[in-house]
Design a protein around this ligand. Structure first.
Ligand SMILES: NC(=O)c1ccc[n+]([C@@H]2O[C@H](COP(=O)([O-])OP(=O)(O)OC[C@H]3O[C@@H](n4cnc5c(N)ncnc54)[C@H](O)[C@@H]3O)[C@@H](O)[C@H]2O)c1
Length: 256
């Protein structure tokens, strides 16, 4: 790679939900561009596999931190692990999440709680943990993973959209609060992404798959790298004047 395009040399990047799928693709994208990356996930076993694979491709680039980030103590433990391994983080990617996609009344109390925990509480606690050192440094990039379904009201997404809508709302509020502090806060909102859980979901529910794809003019899901490239752009120094944005990566599906 051309050294001038190694945008994250010397930076520390934390990616939550990085044991698999989109989070793993985001961690790979940052490591490829010179970052030291902390991969965080509740699934410790899969996290070890992903960290080993990333270090095999980019020696010394990655460490793992296992824990439940929907709890304040989990987020604070991630902050401590990051500082111990690499020092302060310049970039936080709140990617942990995942849908429990069901008609609203088919949810149980547990699936409703899990939906909010995975998507909104992880983002709230991690952001609260990592903001103070970013403020002290006068520099920070926070990039959240939201969802285009908040905008288009995709079938069976009401509870998930309540959680991701909270992430979208947090984005604009924090961006304004810290606009003069060197910190930008943005959200990448994908439509259906070609990740392993989405592949399984679309394979098992062909009628739902048809409805998901018919709202996307490109008639396909997003590749994970098409999402990670927007995340790295928003985390880069080039994106210094972009804040408070919810940016759809959706194959044009906001066009009527
Ligand atoms: N796949 C899609 O089509 C799609 C579409 C729009 C938005 N998104 C969002 O993109 C992000 C990544 O999606 P994905 O498809 O890769 O999901 P995924 O389910 O494959 O991976 C999510 C990861 O987050 C981790 N995680 C969940 N809750 C956690 C917690 N409390 N603490 C720590 N880790 C936790 C999981 O263990 C898992 O490894 C999610 O926020 C998701 O909601 C995905």
């Amino acid at each position: 790679m051309n050294p001038s395009s190694i945008r994250f040399e010397g930076q520390v990047v934390v990616v939550t939900g990085a044991a698999r799928s989109i989070g793993a693709a985001i961690a790979e994208a940052f490591a490829r561009e010179g970052a030291r990356v902390v991969l965080a996930d509740a699934d410790g076993a899969q996290l070890e596999v992903e960290v080993a694979a990333l270090n095999a491709r980019h020696p010394g680039a990655a460490v793992g931190a296992a824990g439940d980030l929907s709890r304040e103590d989990g987020a604070l433990a991630l902050l401590a692990a990051t500082q111990k391994a690499f020092g302060d983080a310049q970039v936080l990617v709140n990617n942990a999440g995942g849908g429990v996609i069901l008609p609203f009344l088919s949810h149980t109390p547990d699936t409703l709680r899990a939906t909010i925990d995975r998507n909104l509480w992880t983002t709230l606690w991690c952001t609260r943990a990592f903001l103070p050192p970013m403020l002290a440094a006068g520099f920070g990039r926070i990039v959240n993973l939201g969802a285009d379904s908040v905008r288009n009201g995709l079938a069976d997404h009401a509870a998930y959209n309540a959680a991701k809508g909270g992430v979208h709302g947090l984005t604009t509020g924090l961006a304004r609060e810290y606009a003069t502090a060197g910190i930008t806060v943005n959200t990448v909102a994908p439509c259906a992404v070609n990740s392993p859980p989405m592949q399984a979901f679309l394979r098992d529910k062909p009628e739902v798959a048809r409805r998901f794809l018919e709202v996307i003019p490109m008639r396909r899901t997003a590749e994970m790298e098409e999402v990670s490239s927007m995340v790295t752009y928003l985390a880069s120094r080039e994106a210094a004047f972009v804040t408070g944005q919810v940016i759809s990566v959706n194959g044009g599906s906001n066009m009527l």
